[in-house]
Every structure is written in C-alpha cells, then in structure tokens.
Design a protein around this ligand. Structure first.
Ligand SMILES: O=c1[nH]cnc2c1ncn2[C@@H]1O[C@H](COP(=O)(O)OP(=O)(O)O)[C@@H](O)[C@H]1O
Length: 460
C-alpha cells in the first residue's frame, strides 16, 4: 500500500543518476526503498553507481521500477519486488533515450547528462566527491587505459583500437564468439573494451584507411578461433545461419590458457605429493593451484533418519563439474594468500572471520601429464557459520559466472545402498577434487575408510 501523501510524492524521484522519473509525474510507476539488509542494500548502491557511504535508509531515496527486469517482480503490476531483486537495467534506459546507438553518441550524451547532473547535485554531500562514484556502473567512466581485450594479445600497444559493434547484435555476437568472450555479460562491459588492429585482416579496412568496414569481424591472432584468416567480413548468410549457439559461445575464451588443466583426469593421473617433497623445484616451478574444503560438524538427522555427520561444501563450477572453492596461484603469490583470495572471490568468504592458514593443510596432488600441483586446505566452522557462509556465497563476485552454486555433500546412504553418498561420487569432479574430498573425509574423521570404500564400490 502506498501511504505517501501528495507532498511526499512530489519530493520523491528515482535516485539513479540518469533517470528522470519522478513519483508525481509517473503515478503508475513504483519507486522502491533500498533493502533493509545491509548486503543487499550495498549491492543496490553499487549497481546504481552511488557513493557507498550514502545513507539510503532515508525513505526518499528510491529506485524506480524501470531498473528491474521483469523476473524481479512478484506481480504483473510491478509494485512488489522479489526478496532477492536487484536493479540491473540502466543501459536500455540510456540507449532508448538516444537517437542513435552509435557508441560515441552514447558516451557524449552520457557525459552531458553527467555534467548536468553534477551541476544540479554538486551541493548534495551524499553523492560524495568522486564523480565516478555516483553514476551507474553501466555508464561509469572508468579510469582505464584502453588496451586490446583479446586474451594474451601480444601486439604493440600503439596499434589502433576498435570498439565493439554494439549497434548490431548479430555482428556483436560474432565478434564475441571469435574473441572467446561470453555473450552473457551485460552490454555495459562491451562499452568500455576494445580490440586492436592486429586481429583484423587487411580486407576489413576501407581502402588505405584504418577505418573498419561495417561488416568487419576479427579473424587473426585469436586464442580460440581457428577459421581461415581471410574469413573476415560478414555476409548475410552469417545472419541467416547464425554461427552462435543459442546458449552462448562454445569457446574457452579467457579460460583458453588454462584449458589443458581442466580436461578430464585419467584414472590414477594424480599422485599424492609427499609432504617432505612439497618444496621440490619440480612442483614449485610448475603451475600450482590451491583449493579448500569448508565444513562443520553436524549432528542433525536428515528427514529425521539419516545422520548428516557433517556439512561439507563443494561447488558447481561454470564447466558443469563439481569442485572446491580455490584456484590457480598467481606467479609470486603466497599459497595461503591465494587460497584466501579465491575464497573471497568465489564464496564471498569474510576473511576477517575465517582465514585459512598453513596449519589447515590437508594434502597435495601432482599430475605429471598436466604439470600441475594441486594443494588442498580445510576450514572448519560451526554450523551457524556455515549457513551464513552459504548465504554470503550468493553474493560472491564469481557467483553466476565461475561458480554456479554451493552444494552440500550428502554423506549418508539411503536404504537402496546407492542413493546419497555413493550416487554423489558418480558426478563429474574437476581435477583431483574427488580424491581430495575422500582424503579430507577420512583425515577429518567424518567417514571411516571402510565407509568410504563401501560407497566407492557400490554401483546401482
Ligand atoms: O576443487 C578442485 N580440486 C582440485 N583441483 C581443482 C579443483 N578445482 C579446479 N582444480 C584444478 O585446478 C585448475 C585450476 O583451477 P580453477 O579452475 O579453480 O582455477 P581458476 O579459478 O584460477 O581458473 C583446474 O583446471 C583443475 O585442474
């Protein structure tokens, strides 16, 4: 129910900087207060590009329904939001208000809107001093140095750079597929990135200029694309028979450089590295990754019958495999820093409360074939903490991209002797994560070796 009187309605407008919707002018449009939950509220603040210190508890600070996708609403009237709703629509608003979709026009127009907005709001302390802070991140002018966005591009930095063809979605899709980028990111990402001249065949350019032809597509020095190098201009047949699958690209994109590590492991491919040999050059000078099992003792009985034994977290990865949070160790990076960094990126783990340390070491494995050393750590928490960690994971930076969800491992076996833990073990596991799981379950006294062997040998 809308309890606002006429005076208040005149006062309320959408806080999104480029949005001009006001409550008194749009009586049928809903204007939503910021969520009370501080984490969700901070996401709204970030999405709207506001200063993070703004006090959004004030009821006059609202975001209008225009910035929420249809599925964020509970009803057709669009006046009730789902509990998890976040504002994501900013770019349409901008491009709809422009006569042309040309990116330069968009940027110029935005710059104008920004300065107008600034003139009107410069006195408002809530918006902070840094102008970049209070524009939606979809249009935020990033202080980035334009570089070529093709992974591992080794071309000289001074080559001309070209923007993505945002005005033509089909052409854009072909560019993205060629470059190996996801088609699933927000369009705003592509506003800010460019690729350099080295990736275009000479036929892509208008005679004797560096101007790209409108139907030019990148075809050279691309990590994944291996078509003929002169396959560099689109024809209408491209559009009639789109080369994109409807679910996005089928390339490895940025992940191309680590693709070899992700390939299915052969049986016995991973061997345990004895602790005494961990510092051998063979391992320290090769690719290394560190992952971590988060677990809590759990006395609960599932359905009142099955002993939960422990709550053990794994995650569904972007590639459809199960694994643990963690990742590759950057060169020169300390292993513990790496594992904590990855836990914060992938799980949104509050490392002020939960910090993995050297003492949490469990086991390391080595693949001679892939020349990768995989180190494994543990993090023991209480059950309420684990539940909190699960909730926070939904807000992780990598949630929805690299990580598709946290799962608890069922550690009990149902009456058919198969469903439960034995069935779980038949999933696909990345790297040596299945071995890591089994090693941890036994060394942490969650399951006995006998119980593990029984589960391993049970087939449907
Ligand atoms: O949970 C795991 N346990 C053991 N090895 C893993 C796990 N997850 C990934 N790996 C291995 O480590 C490699 C890099 O890990 P990941 O994909 O997590 O790194 P990244 O997040 O830095 O890209 C993977 O290709 C795979 O071989």
């Amino acid at each position: 129910m809308n309890r606002l009187n006429v005076r208040s309605r005149c006062y309320i407008e959408c806080i999104v900087p480029v949005c001009e919707n006001k409550m008194n002018l749009k009586p049928n449009l809903s204007f939503f207060c910021f969520p009370k939950d501080p984490i969700r509220s901070s996401i709204w603040i970030e999405k709207c590009g506001l200063d993070k210190n703004i006090d959004v508890s004030k009821r006059r600070y609202r975001v209008c329904a225009r910035h929420f996708e249809n599925h964020m609403f509970l009803n057709d009237l669009k006046n009730r939001l789902q509990p998890h709703a976040i504002p994501t629509l900013f770019i349409d608003l901008i491009s709809n208000s422009l006569p042309s979709t040309c990116i330069d026009n968009v940027k110029n127009d935005l710059d104008n809107k920004k300065s107008n907005f600034l003139e009107h709001n410069i006195q408002d302390k809530h918006f902070g001093e840094n102008i970049n802070n209070f524009f939606p991140n979809t249009i935020k002018k990033k202080s980035y140095e334009p570089v070529c966005f093709v992974p591992n591009c080794k071309a000289p930095k001074d080559l001309p750079l070209y923007k993505f063809p945002l005005h033509n979605k089909q052409l854009l899709y072909i560019w993205l597929k060629r470059i190996g980028l996801s088609t699933l990111y927000d369009m705003d990402l592509y506003l800010h990135i460019t690729i350099c001249q080295i990736h275009f065949h000479k036929d892509c350019f208008d005679d004797k200029t560096i101007q790209l032809k409108p139907n030019a597509i990148p075809s050279l020095h691309l990590i994944d694309y291996s078509g003929p190098p002169d396959n560099c201009l689109t024809t209408s047949s491209y559009f009639e028979n789109p080369i994109m699958s409807t679910t996005g690209d089928r390339t490895w994109g940025w992940l191309g450089s680590t693709e070899q590590f992700g390939r299915d492991a052969e049986s016995n491919e991973f061997v345990v590295i004895p602790k005494s040999q961990l510092h051998n050059d063979k391992y320290t000078s090769s690719t290394q990754a560190a992952h971590c099992i988060i677990y809590a003792e759990n006395e609960e009985k599932i359905f009142g019958i099955y002993n939960a034994r422990a709550a053990v977290l794994m995650q569904l990865r972007y590639d459809g495999y199960l694994g643990f949070p963690g990742g590759l160790i950057d060169s020169g990076e300390d292993i513990i820093n790496a594992v904590n960094r990855e836990m914060s990126e992938e799980m949104n783990l509050n490392t002020c409360i939960h910090l993995v340390s050297y003492d949490d070491y469990v086991i390391s494995h080595w693949s001679e074939k892939k020349k990768i050393a995989l180190h494994f750590y543990k993090l023991k928490v209480t059950m309420p903490q684990l539940i909190e960690i699960e909730k926070r994971a939904l807000l992780a930076r990598d949630y929805g991209s690299e990580v598709l969800g946290t799962v608890r491992v069922p550690l009990y076996t149902l009456g058919d002797n198969y469903r439960g833990f034995p069935a779980f073990l038949e999933h696909k596991f990345i790297g040596c994560s299945r071995d890591q799981l089994l090693a941890a379950l036994s060394s942490l006294n969650i399951l006995t070796v006998e119980e593990i062997n029984l589960a391993l040998n049970t087939k449907i």
